[in-house]
Ligand binder design. Structure first.
Ligand SMILES: C[S@@+](CC[C@H](N)C(=O)[O-])C[C@H]1O[C@@H](n2cnc3c(N)ncnc32)[C@H](O)[C@@H]1O
Ligand code: SF4
Length: 358
C-alpha cells in the first residue's frame, strides 16, 4: 500500500562542490516544462491517499509557489499528513515561507550544512552563515512549527572544536529535527577531483568516529532522540516521510531520477530529461529500471532498512533469527522485548552489519 510520495526537483542555483545529486542549473522555461510533465506523471498513477509528501532535490525551493500549489492540488493528502519541502537558504524569504504555509506545506528542511563561514565557502555553498540562520528564523516567523536542518560533518580540515561550534549554533536555534551526514567523497564532484590532486584530504577515521560520538552525545544533551543513524528529532518529531522508507513501506517516486516502491516493485525513473519527457509523451511511466521485490528480497530490505531505526529495529523471522543472535553475541545488536536493535558498537560499523543480511 502506497503511503507517501517523493517528488524530485532536479534544479539548483549552482552545483555545490561535494554534491552528486541529480540536479542541474536551469532557465525559467526549463522549470515550467518540467512542472507540466511532473503533473502528467502523477496522473499516470492511481489516486492514492498520502500520509506524506516530500519535495526533494536538487532545490525544490527554486520553483514558484504557484507551481508547487498546482502539483499539490493533484494529490489527495490525509488529514494532518506531513508535507515537506527541502529548501536552500539562498532561494527563500519570509514571503515564500508564508506562501508555502498557505498551500499546505507544513514542514521545511533547510540545507544549512555548516554555520562556519569558511567551511561554507569550501563547500561551494551560495549562502553564508547569517543567511542560513535568517532562513530558519523567517520560516519560524512565517509560522512553521516543524523545521528540520541539514548539516554535514567530517568536512575538509574540520576540527572537533569546529564541529562543536556548529552543534552549538544548531542547538541554539532549536529545530524540531536535524540530519547530519558525514561527508561522502562522491566521484565526479569537484571535491573528488581535489582529493585526487591532493589539494584536499579525507578526515582521519578516528577523528570521524570522535565527531560522530560527539554529535550523538551533544544531541542527547540538547533533548534530541537519535532515532536513525543520521537523524535526530525532538520527541514526536521524527520525519514521517523518511521513516516510511526505513519501515520498508511503499511510496511513489515522481520526477527525473526519482526512486519509488509500488505494488511490490522498486523502480528508478529515467535520468535524462529527453527520455523522461518522451516516455510521458507516449503515456508511459518514465521508468528506467525496476526490480520485483519477492518475499526473500523484501525480508532483506526489512533488515537493512529497519535496523537504521534505532529504537524500532526489527523482529526477525526464519533464518534471520540465528543471524540476529550471532550479531547479538558479537555485541553488534541487542534484544529488547522481541526486537533487535543496533548497539552503539554496531552503529559505528552499521554498513558491515547490514552486509551480513545481504
Ligand atoms: C538535496 S540536499 C538538501 C536541499 C538543498 N539542495 C540544499 O542543499 O540546500 C540533501 C542533503 O544531502 C546532504 N548531502 C549532499 N551531498 C552530500 C555528500 N556528498 N556527503 C554527505 N552529505 C551530502 C546535504 O546535507 C544536503 O543538504
Ligand atoms: S547540495 Fe543541494 S544545493 Fe547543493 S548541488 Fe546538491 S542538491 Fe543542489
Amino acid at each position: 500500500m502506497v503511503k507517501g510520495i517523493y517528488i524530485h526537483i532536479p534544479f539548483c542555483l549552482n552545483k555545490c562542490n561535494y554534491c552528486d545529486f541529480l540536479s542541474f542549473k536551469c532557465r525559467e522555461s526549463d522549470k515550467k516544462k518540467y512542472v507540466e510533465y511532473l503533473k502528467k506523471e502523477i496522473m499516470l498513477y492511481p489516486q492514492y491517499e498520502y500520509e506524506s509528501v516530500y519535495f526533494g532535490g536538487g532545490t525544490p525551493s527554486i520553483l514558484d509557489s504557484e507551481d508547487l500549489k498546482e502539483i499539490l492540488s493533484l494529490l489527495k493528502i490525509k488529514d494532518k499528513g506531513e508535507v515537506t519541502i527541502e529548501v536552500n537558504p539562498k532561494t527563500v524569504d519570509y514571503d515564500k515561507f508564508k506562501a508555502y504555509k498557505k498551500i499546505g506545506i507544513n514542514r521545511v528542511s533547510i540545507g544549512i550544512q555548516s554555520f562556519d563561514e569558511k567551511k561554507l565557502k569550501v563547500l561551494g555553498r551560495m549562502h553564508n552563515s547569517s543567511e542560513g540562520k535568517k532562513a530558519y528564523l523567517e520560516a519560524r516567523e512565517a509560522g512553521f512549527k516543524n523545521i528540520s536542518l541539514d548539516l554535514m560533518f567530517s568536512l575538509p580540515d574540520q576540527t572537533l572544536e569546529e564541529l562543536r561550534e556548529d552543534l552549538k549554533e544548531l542547538f541554539d536555534l532549536k529545530p524540531e529535527h536535524f540530519s547530519i551526514y558525514s561527508l561522502i567523497w562522491e566521484e565526479g564532484t569537484n571535491f573528488f577531483e581535489k582529493l585526487k590532486r591532493g589539494e584536499l584530504k579525507e578526515t582521519d577515521n578516528d577523528l570521524e568516529a570522535d565527531m560522530y560520538k560527539t554529535i550523538i552525545e551533544e544531541g542527547k544533551k540538547a533533548g534530541y532522540i537519535h532515532y536513525e543513524i543520521s537523524n535526530f528529532a525532538l520527541p514526536g518529531r521524527e520525519a514521517v516521510h523518511n521513516s516510511s522508507y526505513w519501515k520498508n513501506e511503499e511510496y511513489l517516486g515522481i520526477g527525473l531520477g526519482a526512486s519509488g516502491y509500488c505494488d511490490g516493485i522498486r523502480y528508478k525513473n529515467q535520468v535524462k530529461f529527453k527520455d523522461y519527457y518522451d516516455n510521458i509523451d507516449n503515456g508511459e511511466k518514465p521508468i528506467l529500471e525496476s526490480e520485483i521485490v519477492d518475499e526473500e528480497a523484501k525480508e532483506v530490505y526489512k533488515y537493512i532498512l529497519g535496523l537504521r531505526l534505532l529504537q524500532l529495529g526489527v523482529i526477525p523471522k526464519g533464518k534471520y533469527i540465528k543471524l540476529c543472535e550471532k550479531l547479538r553475541n558479537l555485541e553488534l545488536l541487542e534484544k529488547k522485548d522481541n526486537r533487535y536493535l543496533l548497539t552503539e558498537k554496531g552503529l559505528f560499523i552499521a554498513n558491515d552489519v547490514f552486509d551480513e543480511f545481504v
